[in-house]
Design a protein around this ligand. Structure first.
Ligand code: ACM
Ligand code: ZN
Length: 290
């Protein structure tokens, strides 16, 4: 995969999700959860309450080993550790987690999550990598050199950039390519509504961000999670042409963007996508105004 991407001038950023969204790993290593009892792999999507136990030193060492081995594989500068959607319920009742919080002088479970992220950042920095994580890593204090992927809106990205951290903008409002593109007649999807024009309208640099901080907005990312995507033709349908709009918001200045012009240029994109066998979504005809 790495070589295939490199030949196409693409750098893959690996994401090893922690400390939540990790039930597959915990099914194999149940001793690394707070309860430690056997767990089945989930067969549905969603947020899982069973998460890694930061009070368990072996669990933290396991994560450091996995990150270390994965960091050695991937040549890119960034390493994504997830950090999103981690329920803290088990940490608040787990004796090992409570002891960790007391030993480390942490006030609450948010600070415990921050402690985990900082620890993983030290490991990654020692391997010459930069840590990036979802905007939840701001909660409980952002790790010193961390970059943030802003997905729950752009506020987290704004805060991080204001504090001098690098940011990739990927808000659900404009960048979630797993959302519906029409009000009906579409294949099953997770929900939401994100038509092409909304994607195109995204401006990654927040208006109120001071000029000297705008350089911290590294770019944009379209997220195409695949719980509801059974085959590659449907993936193409979700990815294109919205992916073309994401790209243009990433590399065009605000003043140079123009929706009508973009729409006119789409036919060239379509010819190119068609030639490559990409099963893009054909936008419905627009009725001209009188
Ligand atoms: C996310 O969509 N949970 C980053
Ligand atoms: Zn625990």
């Amino acid at each position: 995969l790495i070589a295939y991407a490199a030949e196409r001038h693409i750098t893959i950023v690996p994401e090893i999700e922690l400390p939540g969204h990790s039930l597959a790993a915990l099914a194999a290593y149940p001793e690394f959860s707070c309860k430690g009892s056997p767990i089945q792999v989930r067969t549905t999507g969603g947020i899982e309450e069973n998460v890694y136990c930061p009070g368990n030193e072996n669990a933290m060492k396991f994560l450091e080993t996995v990150l270390s081995e994965t960091a050695d594989l991937f040549p890119g500068a960034f390493f994504h550790i997830g950090g999103d959607e981690c329920p803290k319920k088990s940490w608040n009742v787990c004796p090992k987690c409570k002891k960790r919080m007391a030993d480390e002088g942490l006030k609450n479970a948010e600070e415990l999550q921050s402690w985990v992220v900082r620890r993983m950042e030290r490991l990654l920095n020692s391997k010459g990598k930069r840590l990036i994580g979802w905007d939840e890593i701001l909660e409980g204090g952002l790790a010193p050199n961390a970059a943030v992927m802003s997905w729950r809106g752009t506020k987290g990205g704004f805060t991080a950039a204001s504090e001098g951290h690098d940011v990739v903008m990927s808000p659900t409002s404009h960048c979630y390519l797993d959302y519906f593109q029409a009000k009906g007649g579409e294949p099953r999807a997770i929900g939401g509504f994100l038509p092409l024009q909304t994607v195109y309208s995204f401006e990654p640099i927040p208006d109120k961000l001071p000029a000297e901080r705008t350089g911290h907005i590294l770019g944009v990312q379209g997220n195409l999670w695949t719980e509801y995507i059974p085959h590659s033709a449907q993936l193409d349908y979700m990815a294109y042409p919205r992916g073309c709009a994401i790209a243009e918001t990433g590399w065009s200045q605000k003043e140079k963007k123009n929706w009508d012009d973009f729409q006119a240029r789409l036919s060239a994109h379509f010819a190119r996508l068609d030639a490559r066998g990409v099963k893009f979504r054909v936008p419905p005809p627009v009725i001209a105004e009188k």
